[in-house]
Design a protein around this ligand. Structure first.
Ligand SMILES: [Mg+2]
Length: 220
């Protein structure tokens, strides 16, 4: 594996990044509206940790509604250019990893045929054997329910790219050598003086990576 271990990896958020809209937040607002209305503003103004907020919201959803949650995800559109970006990364042998603070089942549902194109999905699994969702994170951090930076570190690459849109990507973006940001994440990064590449579609990411990586020398 050492000879073929990737030197570069792209780590991409899911909700509001791969999906054109915030699927997970929309799901929470649909399936646990009262708790979401109370906790979501506290998460966005950073007075409640993601770890606590996400856990409380998920634990308030009855397990019996899990099939509806997956059904809800089916209607969500993918941001344009993802397939083309994956093709480009394949050519360059750069793996694409999805790291999401949302539910694994929702990520897989939306990705559909594209599941086979991603190296891995790191997200939240839910145990639905009890009355309410019991969320299980593969990598729970001190303040994050899914500690994205820790997951990235586990891959041991120095040259990596973060793509994200919101508060769940903030720590990962701050640590990343190269960041593509949209929506709220831009503001968080502006406030912290962290440089980033703004994007709206994956075509923007593709064009920028093409140009940034054009100087790479291929010593076949
Ligand atoms: Mg997001």
């Amino acid at each position: 594996m050492t000879d073929t271990a990737p030197k570069r990896i792209v780590f991409c958020d899911f909700d509001g990044t791969i999906t054109a809209e915030e699927t997970f937040v929309a799901m929470l607002r649909e399936f646990t509206p009262d708790v979401a209305a109370k906790l979501m503003p506290q998460i966005y103004d950073l007075t409640l940790t993601l770890r606590e907020g996400v856990r409380q919201m998920l634990e308030s959803i009855p397990s019996s509604r899990y099939p509806e949650v997956l059904e809800f995800a089916k209607t969500k559109a993918i941001r344009p250019g993802l397939v083309e970006l994956l093709d480009f990364l394949d050519d360059r042998q750069v793996p694409f990893v999805v790291i999401s603070g949302g539910l694994t089942g929702m990520v897989e549902t939306v990705l559909g045929d594209l599941n086979s194109r991603v190296l891995a999905i790191h997200a939240v699994d839910v145990d639905t054997s009890g009355e309410y969702f019991q969320p299980r994170s593969s990598c729970e951090g001190e303040t994050e329910f899914v500690a994205k930076v820790e997951i990235v570190k586990g891959y041991g690459v120095e040259d990596w790219v973060a793509i994200g849109d919101s508060v769940t990507d903030l720590n990962m973006a701050m640590a990343a050598p190269l960041v593509f940001a949209r929506h709220r994440l831009c503001q968080y990064l502006d406030e912290r003086g962290k440089a980033y590449e703004p994007f709206e579609t994956f075509f923007d990411v593709l064009d920028r990576l093409k140009s940034l990586w054009s100087g790479d020398v291929c010593l076949g």
